[in-house]
Design a binder for this molecule. Structure first.
Ligand code: UD1
Length: 362
């Protein structure tokens, strides 16, 4: 069985790692790894391949950054050629980035079945580019591998046959569990001069938060307050770095004594940073899941989540971007208010094994 696996942007790499590892153990599977090149900086890509020991991609499409349409179109054109050349039995895509839909569409047009890992998640916010990518990819996939029960409800409502939906757990958590011990060796706290349980980790990169000056300013006002009680460390995404300069926010940031901007971190350093933190403030999807397993309080700076289980069973609180609300929730954590959390069903480190078994038996 020849399977072309696709990874393109940072959050894809953690999801593809355990799948490649699992496929490489089965003599009946010939896995091929395609990197679209959506993310290309060393710190956004190569570092993850090294940390997670992902095999070097067999094919790199090197599409780079562009507008959504141009980027997705470039991926489609290049990936069509890969399919013509490789003639795979299946294409496997993960997550919800432009590379996900950009590779799923040429595959189905060539009558090659698509497996979508992390299917069924819905924020119900169609202004999010990822929501469009999710809906479209799910609607043309033959295997829909879901991480949480909400995925099934969403897919059934959209008319997907129950026979194509498989509840397998979460490959992102496979990666977390496989690397937790290794991450403990990371020296990132010493390097950044941080005291365990005495800092917050911040990530921020959603266009809805950082591309809008007013929204970004509301968040910044909250961060200014929080950092006076708890140091904040902020590994900054290139998109956000560009906006800080564009909106002239750097001067303001330099005046915050306990606010540390750092370069994007690799997987192991970032895992260690979150695992030892007091609190995570984020607009990322993956971090809502990782904090649930690490039992670190997570304050999500968005109006919604496509991962409701992290709120129902995990440590996640959705606070939006209102300055006072962000401050209030952060102080709740500082004042010792903890949310009891439990491990979501099948987030046990074995999701990739389940997926590969299903594909082999199909
Ligand atoms: C993409 C995904 C998003 C995911 C995020 C994780 C889509 C629609 N969005 O958003 O779901 O959460 O990745 O990081 O696919 N840039 C660099 N170096 C890089 C990559 C990007 O400098 O290696 C800069 C470029 O200026 C680029 C900008 O970041 O224009 C945005 O990159 P892009 O891949 O378009 O979107 P992300 O915001 O990273």
């Amino acid at each position: 069985m020849k399977i072309v696996n696709v990874a393109g942007a940072r959050p894809n790499f953690m999801k593809i790692a355990p799948l490649m590892k699992e496929m490489n153990q089965h003599p009946d599977i010939q896995p091929i790894l395609v990197h679209t090149g959506q993310h290309y900086d060393e710190k956004m890509s190569k570092l993850f391949f090294e940390d997670l020991q992902i095999p070097k991609p067999d094919i790199d499409l090197e599409v780079g950054s562009a507008s959504h349409s141009v980027q997705t179109a470039k991926i489609m054109i290049a990936f069509e050629q890969v399919l013509l050349q490789e003639q795979p039995d299946l294409v496997l895509v993960v997550g919800d980035v432009n590379s996900t839909i950009g590779c799923a569409l040429p595959a189905v047009k060539q009558h090659i079945p698509v497996a979508h890992v992390e299917a069924g998640l819905r924020s119900f916010d169609r202004d999010m580019p990822e929501e469009i990518n999710r809906i479209l990819t799910d609607s043309i996939s033959s295997y829909l591998f879901i991480t949480e029960p909400s995925g099934k409800e969403n897919l059934l409502r959209e008319g997907i046959s129950e026979d194509n939906i498989y509840f397998v757990g979460n490959v992102m958590i496979d990666t977390l569990m496989a690397n937790k011990a290794k991450a403990e060796q990371s020296q990132v706290l010493q390097t950044l001069d941080l005291v365990p349980q005495n800092y917050a980790v911040l990530t921020l990169h959603r266009p809805s938060n950082v591309d809008n000056r007013e929204t970004f300013l509301r968040i910044l006002n909250a961060l200014e307050n929080i950092q006076s009680s708890l140091p904040i460390v902020f590994p900054i995404h290139p998109r956000t770095r560009n906006r800080l300069d564009e909106f002239s926010f750097m001067d303001r940031i330099r005046k915050m004594d306990n606010f540390r901007l750092v370069e994007p971190l690799g997987y192991l350093d970032f895992l260690k940073l979150v695992a030892e933190s007091k609190l995570a403030l984020t607009d990322s999807g993956g971090i809502q899941e990782e904090t649930t397993i690490l039992k670190i309080p997570c304050i999500t700076l968005r109006e919604n989540t496509e991962r409701p289980i992290t709120v129902q069973q995990g440590t996640n609180v959705i606070v939006g971007t209102d300055t006072e609300r962000i401050i209030q929730e952060s102080h709740n954590v500082l004042n010792g208010k903890r949310i009891a959390s439990q491990m979501p069903d099948l987030w046990d480190g074995k999701a990739a094994g389940r997926i590969v078994k299903i594909l082999l038996e199909a």
